[in-house]
Design a protein around this ligand. Structure first.
Ligand SMILES: [Zn+2]
Length: 169
């Protein structure tokens, strides 16, 4: 089932998510819906708060559905370490048509639980590192516009206000 993606400034997007504690059939159904929703919007990642569920869960697939081996489910994820810097353009499904450069670490290590509750660690570089940081930020209620420079943020907010006025947001 394709879920509705909430756009900024929906309040739930800026609330920290609650830890996931039940690793059951409902969770697996939700994860499947999250992937379906990501692919329907041609995204590479989606966090539960973006569909109105204030939980610490995110899905990532850099192949956008082309390679099942790249499907990642991160439950209760944490950044363990980060190094380096990258400055690349980023987008977010809750901010359609907004793309701006954001500073992120270039290499990170994360720790998360899978759908069965089993903890694992994983390294990510470049785009994957960026996806990890962007999605984990969502679970803390931190949106990518707040990672932009003040100038880029005000330009983005102005663009959003204009789209809201035009009825295209
Ligand atoms: Zn996002």
């Amino acid at each position: 089932m394709v879920l509705k993606i909430l756009k900024y400034p929906e309040h739930v997007l800026e609330e920290p998510g609650e830890p996931v504690t039940a690793f059951d059939a409902d969770l697996r159904k939700f994860v499947a819906d999250m992937f379906e929703t990501t692919y329907a919007s041609q995204g590479i990642g989606l966090a539960a708060p973006q569909v109105g569920v204030s939980k610490r869960l995110t899905v990532i697939d850099l192949s956008m559905g082309k390679d099942p081996a790249q499907k990642l489910v991160l439950i209760n994820p944490e950044l363990i370490s980060k190094e380096g810097k990258q400055y690349e353009e980023e987008g977010c499904l809750s901010f359609p048509d907004i793309r701006e450069k954001v500073v992120r670490a270039s290499k990170v290590r994360i720790r998360a639980q899978d759908e069965n509750g089993k903890w694992f660690e994983m390294d990510g570089e470049e785009l994957l590192a960026r996806a990890f940081q962007h999605e984990i930020d969502h679970l803390d209620g931190v949106l990518f516009i707040f990672r932009m420079s003040a100038l880029k943020r005000s330009l983005s907010l102005r663009k959003i206000r204009k789209m809201q006025k035009d009825g295209t947001w």
